[in-house]
Design a protein around this ligand. Structure first.
Ligand code: UD1
Ligand code: CA
Length: 449
């Protein structure tokens, strides 16, 4: 059955106490709504509609950056979850398949749970709702089951004392044929304690029409929704715990797993070693057998087999380390390819550059890539030797097997095999140090008198 995804993300998220719309707060380095989209992606949806409202433009921009094919629906006033889903109607007017409704602030729904909902549909349910047994049912909507069927959902505010004792709660996730979903929503009114259009009302309406509604259940952890910064931090902890366990199951060595921070898309190969206190931002791949040493920070980069990074290294977006490359302490690499076996071991900045195979970059080398307006490229040839404290003023090129002397400021291209030396002439003045010292001491004594 072809599926469309409707992600509700119009709510204000008042309890985050933030200028940023709630669904743009990040979990594992990706905005919350991206996690909802990823959860829904397990059903390979043909269409995706994101319903935005509060901070709509900002959310829309972030969503388009992530997926340009996404349809955006605007909910100008937040009149309730049924009203929110109704905004997706135009985008799905010609869609006859099933629609899955997810919340943008609920990041952990698993693929298994969504396929269980699909299975219930395939088994004859017209409408499938995802529920969970809550440890503390609190203010969740309650699922009322009668004769094995889902009879209705009652919101906490509208529930009787007996209904409030029900432990089976509504997650908000719903699966139904899109045309039916919109038809049922049309019948939803707002005569309730909150004065809102409740999506949950479609269950009773469906039953009254002789349709079959069923509940599928999942673990409460999957339905965790984020309303406050404390809940976001708890979700981050849950996300990290899972990412660490997954990495270990995939054969990654993590001697101090609790100190390593992963992003939503971190990929690390088998037998790679990640030492304590390493932070992965988004977009990192580390191949098998690479070693990321302690206190390194990586984002948007690739580390090949056998490479060693850190301790205390920083790989920024576009850093690509080939096999057996070395990037050592207090080195920053940005938008640069470091060739096989090349070494950049100490106190160096390499940005917008190519470093050839087996090159050796001396301590304190800097690619001067930025002139205040534009960025410029530096080429460093294979097996070249860049002396300690070399400044490479880009755009500039150093050929294969060339050398730069310590302290050289490279402002012109250096041809292959050549030595470039450019530093102030040094003079040695015998005895002058002692004479100066005496003079300074005497001056101090005179002042002290
Ligand atoms: C909703 C459910 C409740 C369920 C709970 C699970 C309804 C009526 N109630 O309650 O049964 O137990 O979720 O967390 O559906 N949203 C919009 N536009 C709106 C209103 C909401 O986009 O006009 C979005 C919010 O951004 C949020 C989601 O829908 O992502 C849920 O809205 P929220 O107000 O948090 O619903 P609850 O009252 O918690
Ligand atoms: Ca909520």
């Amino acid at each position: 059955m072809p599926t469309a995804l409707i992600v509700l993300a119009a709510g204000q998220g008042t309890r985050m106490n933030s200028d940023l719309p709630k669904v743009l707060h990040e979990l594992g380095g990706a905005p919350l709504f991206a996690h909802a989209l990823r959860a829904g992606a397990s059903l390979a949806p043909e269409r995706v509609v994101l319903v935005v409202g509060h901070g709509g433009e900002t959310v829309e921009r972030a969503a388009r950056a992530l997926d340009p094919d996404l349809a955006i629906a605007r909910q100008h006033e937040q009149l309730g979850t049924a009203h929110a889903v109704a905004q997706a109607r135009a985008a799905l007017a010609d869609f006859a398949g099933d629609a899955l409704v997810l919340y943008g602030d609920t990041p952990f729904i698993s693929p298994e749970t969504l396929s269980a909902m699909q299975a219930a549909r395939a088994g004859g349910a017209d409408l499938v709702v995802l529920g969970f047994e809550a440890a503390d049912p609190g203010r969740y909507g309650r699922l009322v089951i009668e004769d094995g069927r889902l009879a209705r959902i009652v919101e906490y505010k509208d529930a009787s004392a007996a209904e409030r004792r029900i432990g089976l709660c509504n997650s908000g996730v719903v699966l139904a044929p899109a045309p039916l979903l919109f038809e049922l929503i049309e019948a939803v009114g707002s005569d309730n304690a909150a004065g809102e259009y409740y999506l949950t009302d479609i269950v009773a309406i469906a039953n009254a029409r002789g349709l079959r509604a069923e509940a599928v259940t999942c673990d409460e952890a999957e339905t965790l929704g984020i309303n406050t910064r404390a809940e976001l931090a708890a979700a981050e902890a849950a996300f990290q715990a899972r990412a660490r366990a997954e990495a270990q199951a995939n054969g990654v060595a993590l001697p101090a797993p609790d100190t390593v921070i992963f992003a939503h898309d971190t990929v690390i190969g088998r037998d790679a070693l990640v030492e304590p206190y390493v932070v992965f931002g988004p977009g990192v791949t580390v191949e098998s057998g690479a070693r990321i040493r302690a206190f390194s920070h990586l984002e948007g980069c690739h580390v090949s087999r056998g490479a060693i990074v850190g301790p205390h290294a920083r790989l920024r977006p576009g850093a690509e380390l080939a096999e057996d490359a070395r990037v050592g302490n207090f080195v920053e690499i940005k938008n640069a390819q470091i060739g096989p076996g090349a070494k950049v071991n100490h106190l160096t900045y390499i940005g917008d550059a190519f470093v050839g195979e087996g090159a050796n970059i001396g301590a304190g080398t800097v690619t001067c890539n930025y002139d205040g307006v534009a960025k410029h490229h530096t080429h460093i040839g294979a097996r070249s030797f860049i002396g300690t404290g070399t400044y490479l003023v880009a755009p500039v090129s150093v050929g294969d097997e060339a050398m730069t002397a310590t302290g050289t400021v490279v402002t012109e291209d250096v041809e292959a095999g050549a030595l470039a030396i450019g530093r102030p002439q040094m003079e040695v003045k015998p005895g002058l140090a002692r004479r100066l010292l005496e003079k300074f001491k005497k001056r101090k004594e005179r002042k002290g008198e």
